[in-house]
Design a binder for this molecule. Structure first.
Ligand code: SF4
Ligand code: SF4
Ligand code: FES
Length: 673
């Protein structure tokens, strides 16, 4: 760590007669290094909070006429001071300390180096019965103890014993089952006293993997609190962010915010629900540990009513699904989360389907006769849970809901005479998969990101809302097409490797903004981490070109298969109107000022005197036109035809023009799911 909480105040100090200016709170050791001087260190580590235990980094500090000796690694600069790093007195102190360390650990390389810096060339006078000849002996630097605490939020290893008996150990000198095996402690150990003995994956270069894993660990420890609070609340942090940006789906994606969002915010989840550190389905060794759990939750409904359970979640999309159904009640959200998990039902598909059902109910397309007596208006949380149990049991109206949005539309049109146009506009599915829980109406790139995704509107492929809408990093159609080329390929690539998305961009290096905006969106240093994981496992070096080619081969094969199954043409990449603009009058009115302005500025139509109905029609036409332009640009960039089909030239270029693959291009829908 380089500072103890910086402010913007600048302080000028003098080090060995040289003037240097640093930010208030900077540790003196950093100022010394910045000024071009050095002092020996043993217990300091750049990514850990300094402890000041080895005392090798001591300096003289003069302030207000008083002189004192301080350990520079943990001394925050708060005022103008005069510093001396190399007086005879300091050198003598350091020499004695270094000689003592060398007497105790004569063969440890880190100690030998420090002794050499301190001028000890002929061994130590302080050898005794404590002398440990092991070149990998523990030198009590404390790096491991702090890494476990600061990177993993655990205290699995700590100090035990006093004085000469002080040593580092797990509780009761036994292997602690709570150790997540993250290897952070081994990585920061300067002597090799902690070693990883069995890596079942047998990587080619485990050190390379660990080095780059540690970069993420260190960023988590330093930056997460000020960035996305992933360790504290996980993806639930996005609930209030989406609401603030008008992007939280409310009432079947009609609106993007709601006054009751505060009731389901991450702060409420943290204060009243989450249990930190509860075991969940994710990898135990992850220092981000973004998955949260609710422990001791008593169920109110269903087959386990009255039982106390652990609920894995809720994550953002589950909570946002609650908002989409108009249910701003965390007890409900946790319960529907539990039962979806238990029944093996996806919370997103369920919530989006229910939101569609609720809108259809409120619009009079279905009524209580169809729903088995349930009044399925927005916010009807008890009825939603009743439906969920029916879906799982295959009973009543649940049989219909369980089919999903696409089949509900077909049934209601055929059997209830519902208006096909309206159902198509509000039914939030593409390729038969329900939309994920984000409002995409104002971001062209994400509309395509969802609707073009091979398996339907989810963001395994791309999530471009912030870079398109909020940060405006991809303004032109070509920029959007480039993003729709790169991100699906990158995400497909790391998904195939089994790497998690969260440590790629839910934490970013603090200097990530040094890249131009479109590059910054890729988080280049974290992409490089992933290449290094690949290289560490396989021994093969990667760069962007190689990675994209690996992915493009798979991605194009997936698209060909999708086409073969009847889901891979332009018409299959077209989203419902609700995903790209307002459908109903109330929806238009909720953002009237914005839509009127767009009509004037972007379409060149004066909204004055036009009815809402007319404005809706103008907007629909404009937005589908714009959407199709993005689609054209994205297909071009991907080397696909205007129909969105990989060309045989493209397949040849990728080396996947095998007879079996080309045969699949012979007819869409040749094989139906
Ligand atoms: S492996 Fe990780 S959790 Fe286990 S003791 Fe080391 S730092 Fe702590
Ligand atoms: S085990 Fe390694 S990191 Fe931990 S105190 Fe000993 S030398 Fe330092
Ligand atoms: S490096 Fe400062 S006390 Fe050890």
């Amino acid at each position: 760590m380089t500072s103890a909480g910086e402010t913007s105040r600048k302080i000028t100090l003098t080090i060995n007669g040289k003037s240097i200016t640093v930010t208030e709170g900077t540790y003196l050791l950093q100022a010394i290094l910045k000024a071009g001087f050095t002092v020996p260190t043993l217990c300091q580590h750049k990514d850990l909070t300094p402890e000041g235990t080895c005392r090798l980094c001591i300096c003289e500090v003069e302030s207000g006429g008083k002189k004192e000796i301080v350990t520079s690694c943990n001394y925050p600069v708060r005022e103008t001071i005069v510093v001396t790093t190399d007086s005879d007195k300091l050198k003598k102190h350091r020499r004695i300390l270094a000689e003592m360390y060398l007497g105790r650990w004569p063969n440890v390389e880190a100690v030998q180096q420090v002794a050499k810096i301190c001028g000890i060339t002929d061994g130590s006078r302080f050898r005794s019965e404590l002398t440990d000849e092991n070149p990998k002996a523990c030198i009590l630097c404390g790096h491991c103890v702090r890494a476990c605490d600061e990177f993993v939020l655990q205290k699995i290893i700590g100090y035990a014993g006093r004085g000469i008996k002080r040593h580092v150990t797990m509780p009761f000198n036994e292997v602690d089952p709570h150790c997540i095996g993250c290897t952070s402690c081994a990585h920061v150990c300067p002597t090799g006293a902690i070693q990883i003995v069995d890596d079942l994956n047998n990587p080619v270069n485990p050190d390379l993997i660990r080095r780059h894993g540690m970069k993420v660990n260190a960023e988590m420890a330093r930056l997460d609190e000020d960035q996305n609070r992933m360790r504290e609340v996980g993806t639930a942090n996005i609930v209030e962010v989406m609401d603030a940006y008008d992007l939280l789906p409310v009432h079947n994606f009609k609106y993007g915010r709601h006054p009751d969002t505060s009731k389901i915010s991450s702060n409420v989840m943290k204060e009243r629900y989450f249990t930190q550190g509860a075991s969940d389905a994710c990898w135990l060794g992850c220092s981000m540990a973004c998955c949260k759990a609710v422990d001791g939750f008593i169920l109110k409904t269903g087959p386990y009513k009255g039982e106390k359970v652990i609920v894995d979640g809720p994550e953002y999309e589950t909570a946002a699904g609650g908002a989409n159904m108009g249910c701003f009640d965390l007890d409900f959200i946790v319960e529907y989360n539990f039962y979806c998990d238990t029944y093996g039902i996806d919370t997103i598909s369920f919530a989006t389907t229910m939101a569609f059902v609720m809108e259809a109910f409120e619009a009079g397309i279905i009524n209580t006769e169809h729903t088995g007596g349930k009044k399925l208006v927005f916010g009807a949380s008890e009825e939603v849970l009743a439906c969920l149990h029916e879906v799982a049991a295959g009973e009543g109206f649940g049989v219909e809901i369980g089919q999903g949005v696409r089949r509900l539309k077909e049934k209601w049109i055929k059997e209830y005479g519902a208006d096909p146009g309206f159902l198509q506009d509000i039914g939030m599915e593409v390729k038969g998969l329900e939309f994920s829980e984000y409002v995409t109406k104002e971001t062209l790139a994400q509309q395509a990101g969802y609707a073009m995704a091979i398996k339907g509107p989810q963001h395994d492929e791309s999530w471009l809302i912030f870079i398109d809408l909020v940060n405006n990093q991809i303004p032109s159609f070509e920029d959007k097409a480039e993003a729709l080329y790169y991100f699906p390929l990158f995400r497909t690539w790391f998904g195939l490797l089994g790497l998690c998305k969260i440590v790629w961009n839910d934490i970013a290096p603090d200097d990530n903004s040094k890249y131009p905006p479109q590059e910054a969106a890729k988080i280049p240093e974290h992409v490089e981490n992933y290449w290094k994981y690949f290289e560490g496992m396989t021994g093969e070096k990667l760069d962007e070109g190689k990675m994209l080619r690996q992915s493009e081969r798979v991605f194009n094969l997936q698209r060909v298969m999708s086409y073969y199954l009847g889901y891979g043409r332009r018409k299959d990449d077209i989203p419902p109107l609700r995903a790209i603009g307002p459908v109903t009058e109330e929806e238009y009115l909720s953002r009237q000022e914005r839509y009127d302005k767009q009509m004037k500025d972007q379409i060149g139509v004066d909204p004055e005197g036009k009815s809402i109905k007319e404005k809706l029609a103008i907007l629909r036409e404009f937005r589908y036109r714009e959407y199709n332009r993005v689609l054209d640009a994205a297909y071009r960039r991907r080397g696909w035809s205007k129909e969105g089909i990989p060309t045989s030239d493209k397949l040849k270029e990728l080396g996947i023009d095998l007879p079996e693959v080309l045969a699949m291009l012979e007819g869409t829908g040749s094989r139906k799911l």
